[in-house]
Design a protein around this ligand. Structure first.
Ligand code: SF4
Length: 279
């Protein structure tokens, strides 16, 4: 049990759910007036920097650009598989170094990271539906892939990639939702889960449009996809019901000010604010 949870479990002088009076008062204020402050856009984007409106302020984009430049300076192809593998290895090593440093500071031995043989946790409810949804999309996407390239009707890769991202984002959203009694849960909910749910909603509408068109053009049965889609929507409903109206208003304002990442604001290839736009 973590120190936070142990503190919460202590009974004396505490209010509902083991919270201190100050924490209860704090949560009442939050319940009356929830702060809707989205976190950094790179946490709720589709990673399509090539068409994103917020590249100038994005640290992830700046980091990727530096990596790309490094490959070019070393005479490497920045788009090759070996460059991608090298970047992945460097990122993992750096993450492990940071984790070890944080663990040491917190008095945790690095040996505690090692696999203790426990089975991996089962995916939770919505993630399972998201996985079924992804499988249903891939069935439709793979069908026309067998056709010669010239006769492929739609941006199939885009639908497949968006469905993968939906699945990943739902897993990310669902974990804090499961741990809803954590002290940080409210902050995570508004800063990260809410914009990621809006991202899922946007991507799902895009996938659905493409899949419907591909299925119609290729006489493929759409029912497996529509069933998986309906099940996903049902499982997501409680999270969307919990979302404050002000979240949509916040997104609307950001879109109007072009302060939202791709896919909420998508730059035209000729837009001068586009990173790869011709001069
Ligand atoms: S898509 Fe936009 S927000 Fe996301 S990493 Fe790229 S520049 Fe940053």
């Amino acid at each position: 049990m973590t120190a936070k949870r142990m503190a919460k479990a202590a009974p004396s002088g505490r209010g509902p759910a083991g919270k201190t009076p100050k924490a209860v008062a704090g949560s009442l204020v939050r319940a009356a007036e929830p702060a809707v402050e989205f976190g950094s856009p790179f946490n709720w984007c589709d990673s399509r920097c090539d068409r994103c409106a917020v590249t100038a302020d994005c640290t992830v984009h700046a980091y990727s650009a530096r990596l790309r430049e490094g490959h070019i300076l070393r005479g490497e192809d920045p788009d090759s598989m070996s460059s991608a593998l090298q970047e992945t290895e460097d990122a993992l090593l750096s993450a492990m170094a940071q984790l070890t440093q944080m663990a040491t500071k917190a008095g945790i031995s690095p040996e505690e990271f090692e696999d203790d043989g426990s089975p991996a946790p089962e995916p939770v409810h919505i993630s399972r539906e998201a996985w079924r949804y992804l499988e249903a999309v891939l069935v439709v996407v793979r069908g026309p892939r067998k056709a010669p390239p010239a006769t492929r009707p739609e941006p199939l890769g885009e639908a497949g990639a968006a469905a993968c991202l939906i699945s990943a984002k739902i897993a990310r959203v669902e974990m804090p939702a499961v741990a809803a009694d954590d002290e940080d849960a409210d902050a995570i909910w508004y800063a990260d889960s809410v914009p990621n749910l809006l991202l899922v909603e946007s991507l799902e509408a895009q996938v659905s449009r493409i899949v419907s068109r591909v299925a119609a053009a290729n006489s493929l049965p759409l029912e497996p996809f529509t069933c998986a889609r309906a099940a996903l929507h049902r499982s997501l409903r409680p999270l969307f019901d919990r979302m404050p109206d002000r979240a949509r208003e916040e997104l609307r304002l950001r879109i109007a000010a072009r302060r939202a990442p791709s896919p909420f604001v998508v730059l035209d290839p000729l837009d001068p604010r586009q990173p790869d736009a011709p001069n």
